[in-house]
Design a protein around this ligand. Structure first.
Ligand code: DAH
Length: 344
């Protein structure tokens, strides 16, 4: 009788193996357990068996029943999974699409004017072939000052009210800190920008924040001149403001450029007649820049006889203020929905 159980179980297992639907599997199980030629019939006959046989047949019947039921369950879930995969492959339903019901644009939010400006600035430079670099907020004194030709006791260091951390480390006061690392790649022609946060220990007012975002840019190759610098920045401004902006150049001092320059634009609010934004001057400084000082090139192992380049660095909030006529830069970080809602 045991061999009969084993052969019934083997047959049922083989049938389940080749079944293609879970209903078919249920039918096979029913047949296997059934009173008509199945396990049920065998169990009915146990009472007529000699005692030693009875002890064998009962446990074996249960063992085979349990094994078969769990095999059937496994097979059923494998079939269900295969069916789901096939359905997903042929389905046009996209579960990642946003829902359409109850769409409330006011609650949806949007990008702040500052983020829009930052994204756009990066996109314009990327279009011009600039690579985007990033670096840590904490840098050493050499990266922030030494490599950029600020001698140890130079008064220009005092123009940067620095947050010192520990053991010669500080919160970067400008994104120019990356110049050293970018130059060291010597991957000419170098064209790179560094958008990122900077930190200065200064009181906040309508035009200053202790934490602010700059965008530094650097171009180095053979025969780079101030003409390339001016053309690049003018093109950038035209793209950002979507109009021809009048610019002028004045001398400026920064230890890491020679000559150092200040690029100013004609005030976009009063068109030169003088207003609060331009402090009555008609012009606004937007981009300090210059030709990279030979010492900066040398510090990074670049030969200043062979290579030249320009650098520029500007605060993104100033440009955002100009583009969207925002009088106070603190508004951009205050997360006030009434303010932000105006730009959606
Ligand atoms: N790093 C300067 C600052 O934060 C800005 C700057 C000036 C960057 C001149 C430059 C540059 O690359 O050429 O004040």
């Amino acid at each position: 009788m045991v061999s009969q159980i084993l052969s019934l179980a083997a047959k049922a297992k083989a049938d389940i193996e080749s079944a293609t639907t879970s209903e078919a599997i249920d039918d096979i199980i029913k047949g296997f357990l059934g009173k008509n030629g199945g396990l049920g019939e065998i169990l009915k006959g146990i009472k007529d068996l000699p005692d030693d046989q009875k002890k064998l047949v009962g446990p074996e019947a249960n063992k085979q029943k349990d094994a078969l039921l769990s095999f059937a369950e496994q097979k059923k879930s494998a079939l269900a999974e295969a069916a789901l995969t096939a359905a997903l492959e042929t389905s046009t339903f996209d579960p990642t699409m946003p829902g359409k019901k109850n769409l409330n644009l006011e609650q949806l939010g949007g990008l702040s004017p500052f983020t829009r400006m930052a994204d756009k600035a990066v996109r314009v430079f990327e279009k011009l072939g600039f690579a985007v670099w990033d670096g840590g907020d904490i840098v050493n004194d050499f990266e922030n000052f030494g490599a950029l030709n600020f001698p140890d006791d130079h008064p220009a260091r005092e123009m940067h009210d620095t947050f010192y951390v520990e053991q010669g480390y500080l919160l970067r006061t400008h994104t120019s800190t990356l110049q050293y690392h970018i130059l060291k790649t010597k991957d000419f022609p170098i064209r790179a920008i560094v958008p990122g946060k900077c930190f200065r220990n200064e009181a906040t007012d309508a035009r200053h924040e202790a934490i602010f975002t700059q965008l530094e840019g650097i171009v180095v190759d053979t025969n780079i001149t101030v003409t390339h610098l001016i053309a690049t920045l003018e093109l950038f401004l035209k793209e950002i403001f979507e109009e021809d902006v009048k610019t002028r150049i004045r001398p400026g001092y920064f230890p890491f450029v020679e000559p150092g320059l200040e690029l100013e634009i004609h005030c976009l609010v009063c068109h030169g007649s003088g207003c609060r934004l331009c402090k009555g001057l008609g012009w606004i400084e937007v981009m300090p820049c210059g030709m990279i000082h030979p010492n900066v090139l040398k510090n990074a192992g670049v030969d200043p006889e062979k290579y030249s380049g320009f650098a520029f660095g500007f605060g993104l909030s100033r440009l955002t203020q100009l583009k969207y006529a925002i009088a106070d830069c603190r508004l951009m970080y205050a997360d006030d929905p009434k303010f932000l809602g105006q730009f959606q």
